[in-house]
Write a protein that binds this ligand. Structure first.
Ligand code: ADP
Ligand code: MG
Length: 376
């Protein structure tokens, strides 16, 4: 058989932002991410020479043998590809080899989850190449395989929010995820019809990456503080704590961390209620309250995030918050589409005034999840 006759599948998987519910996933809590229009497209073609070749418009090509997946010889960004092949048990079925071509509109390492989009686009294309068309349960299973690929193969621990948002996201919907049982998170689609009322989410990538350059352990330290606070209270996770328990935590740092987790979970519940009646004013207030909690109680914000949030609110945004792990990364602002340019300009002006590089903005709506777009 000639190489051109071998089957090809192209699949698409989106990035995500988290509307609300930050630093709750690993505390057995709830969050509400949605898929964004920025996405990764992967074209997978079977080969007949045992080679694994991965090319990307955003990175250096990698070529080796499919066997390298099992012996863990795959390096660099291609380890995400190999991790997905490994996690889906696809090494044997793909024995002839695989060609992977990737392109993406998601900035790499910018907090919009290019890694999950990469994994999910490859996974869903791979399943299609192997003759599978996943239903809703199958999509959750693929998300879990992608989480394992990143955590156990690439070695970058992730809680699975990004992969679930990319696999389960839908237009005009957020994905409610409850990690009460962390092994099998419960997911529900929640309508988020922003366009109906002329609203949109302005995502601002601050460009700041303090977690990477200054304080690589910030995330690990927060997790350890949360575990210590849960142990003090005798609960399996902080999400099982109640507001009334705060008084019994002597350590002021642990008390603040607990207060964030408890109030943030409550805000997710309130957000879901507000969305049922499309109470956008309430949604905006909850977003801003989430930011204040992350800034003051969880202490994962930074000047760039605070300035972007403050400037957005001053310019008329309904609500704004940092999104993602913190110490840099992105903010989101709930804006009327007609006011988006003014909010964007206000943030730019504030950044110029602080002497920081111009941030990058994306005006987004909750968008479709991963899917096959072509096959031949
Ligand atoms: P984020 O998921 O927030 O964008 P991560 O650090 O989790 O940031 O993932 C970024 C990494 O994922 C990149 O450094 C690269 O290894 C890999 N990656 C993601 N998208 C691509 C792509 N389109 N091409 C090549 N590598 C990619
Ligand atoms: Mg990532």
């Amino acid at each position: 058989m000639s190489a051109t006759a071998l089957p090809t599948v192209t699949a698409f998987a989106p990035g995500r932002v988290n509307l609300i519910g930050e630093h709750t996933d690993y505390n057995g809590g709830q969050c509400l991410p949605f898929a964004i229009p920025l996405a990764t497209t992967a074209t997978l073609t079977l080969r007949d020479d045992g080679i694994l070749r991965a090319t990307s418009d955003q990175a250096e090509p990698w070529t080796g043998r499919l066997d390298d997946v099992t012996s863990r010889q795959v390096t660099g960004w291609a380890s995400y590809v190999a991790g997905v092949v490994w996690a889906l048990d696809a090494v044997a079925p793909l024995a002839g080899g695989l060609d992977v071509q990737v392109t993406s509109t998601i900035p790499l390492g910018g907090g919009l989850s290019s890694s999950a989009a990469l994994e999910c686009s490859i996974a869903i294309a791979l399943e299609a190449l192997l003759g599978q068309t996943p239903d809703a349960d199958g999509r959750s299973r693929i998300a879990e395989a992608c989480r394992r690929a990143e955590t156990e193969y690439v070695g970058a621990p992730t809680g699975g929010v990004d992969q679930l948002a990319s696999m389960l996201g839908a237009e005009e919907h957020a994905v409610h995820i409850d990690f009460d049982d962390p092994r099998t998170p419960a997911t529900t689609l929640v309508p988020l019809p922003l366009t109906a009322d002329g609203l949109a989410i302005l995502v601002t990538d601050t460009g700041a990456r303090h977690a990477l350059v200054e304080d690589d352990s910030g995330y690990a330290r927060r997790r350890a503080e949360c575990d210590a606070a849960a142990a003090t209270l005798g609960v399996p996770t902080l999400s099982r704590a109640a507001f009334a328990d705060l008084a019994s935590i002597a350590d002021p740092v642990h008390r603040r961390r607990t207060r964030h987790v408890v109030t943030e979970n409550a805000r997710v519940v309130e957000t879901v209620d507000a969305l049922k009646v499309q109470d956008w004013g309430r949604l905006g207030a909850l977003l801003t309250a989430s930011h204040e909690s992350l800034r003051d109680d969880f202490e994962v914000s930074c000047a760039e995030l605070d300035v972007a949030v403050e400037a957005a609110l001053q310019a008329g945004a309904r609500g704004a918050r940092m999104t993602g792990g913190g110490f840099g990364g992105c903010t989101i602002a709930l804006v009327h589409a007609g006011e988006a340019d003014a909010v964007r300009a206000a943030i730019d002006t504030a950044y110029r005034g602080s002497g920081w590089p111009a941030p990058r903005h994306h005006l987004v709506q909750p968008s479709a999840g991963a899917r096959v777009v072509a096959r031949s």
